[in-house]
Write a protein that binds this ligand. Structure first.
Ligand SMILES: NC(=O)c1ccc[n+]([C@@H]2O[C@H](COP(=O)([O-])OP(=O)(O)OC[C@H]3O[C@@H](n4cnc5c(N)ncnc54)[C@H](OP(=O)(O)O)[C@@H]3O)[C@@H](O)[C@H]2O)c1
Length: 282
């Protein structure tokens, strides 16, 4: 098979390329992004830009299967438009099976909520793709590790309410995606890649304290306090909006979802939050 990875040069894309190289070297893989040469080598590199859909016709030509990894563009409205453009281009190019990366807890939301782009992409995919699969990812454990590093000064991880999240390692999401791309029986399925269990605010702070050897607690703040802190730290509006809407999703319990999908699709149990934090932060 010819398998395309759109968004191949990013963190998740590179992890998917590594998984495919390990588990299915018999397939030919095409790495697609605006700067695909950074991951070229064993794989074919093709340029394709979600903001210039005309470039995607050649990028997606001849693919049997395609994984669409959305960009990290946080400008409200931008990523949803990109997702629709990529899906439409894949269908026009005749890709046999389109797999979309989405987010845990995706539901009807309007811009500027960060989840709106995933909702828009999922709905378009289901409407137009002859064969599709959706892989929703829970929040990356690696992103929490970054938050711990940024919170070292205050020693406090914050949330808008007590909440539980089944943090998942990015490599485990990649393993699940690779399992779909080389496997059969996944057409029409919506999977959710999650860690092994849902972790409370106090539990994640304790895990961070163990990993860093420094005290860490969990505190509840208001939406206004969260926004003011991010603005004060010099974050651009798109990032402020993304962080607050992710925290609102946490508070609503949207990411309190544990499934067996990583092991079922990826062939190995997901890493715990403790292990990921210790690996990155120790
Ligand atoms: N669940 C979570 O906790 C979590 C956390 C962080 C991120 N995410 C999301 O997960 C997805 C993947 O994350 P990641 O860490 O792999 O992101 P990333 O490292 O920023 O990678 C994004 C990829 O998209 C490509 N891209 C960006 N703009 C593009 C455009 N206009 N046209 C075509 N390709 C474009 C980039 O390549 P080029 O620059 O070469 O074009 C890159 O390959 C993103 O949607 C991100 O927002 C989820």
């Amino acid at each position: 098979m010819k398998i395309g990875i759109s968004g191949a040069s990013g963190n998740l894309g590179r992890a998917v390329l590594a998984e495919l190289a390990n588990r299915a070297p018999q397939h030919s893989v095409v790495a697609i992004s605006r700067t695909p040469d950074v991951v070229a080598g064993a794989v074919e590199a093709r340029a394709g830009n979600y903001d210039h859909p005309e470039t995607l016709a050649a990028a997606y030509a001849g693919l049997d299967r395609l994984l669409i990894i959305p960009s990290s563009d946080m400008q409200p409205g931008q990523r949803g438009t990109q997702n629709v453009a990529a899906i439409d281009a894949a269908v026009r190019a005749g890709v046999g099976h389109v797999v979309l990366m989405s987010a845990a807890g995706t539901r009807h939301e309007e811009e500027p909520a960060v989840g709106a782009s995933y909702w828009k992409g999922e709905q378009r995919l289901i409407a137009v793709a002859p064969a599709w699969t959706i892989l929703r990812m829970n929040y990356y454990a690696e992103s929490l590790a970054q938050e711990v590093q940024m919170s070292a000064g205050t020693g406090v991880l914050t949330g808008l309410a007590e909440n539980k999240v089944a943090f998942v390692s990015r490599d485990d999401v990649a393993a699940a995606a690779a399992g779909i791309l080389v496997g059969d029986g996944h057409v029409g399925a919506i999977y959710t890649a999650t860690g092994p269990r849902s972790v409370t605010g106090a539990e994640r702070a304790a895990a961070a304290a163990t990993a860093t050897g420094k005290p860490m607690s969990f505190g509840i703040i208001t939406d206004e306090q969260l926004r003011a802190g991010l603005v004060g730290a010099g974050m651009p509006e798109g990032v402020v909006n993304a962080v607050t809407s992710i925290q609102a999703a946490f508070a609503a319990g949207a990411m309190d979802i544990v499934t067996g999908d990583v092991e079922r699709l990826g062939g190995r149990p997901p890493k715990s939050l403790d292990v990921v934090l210790q690996t990155i932060l120790a």
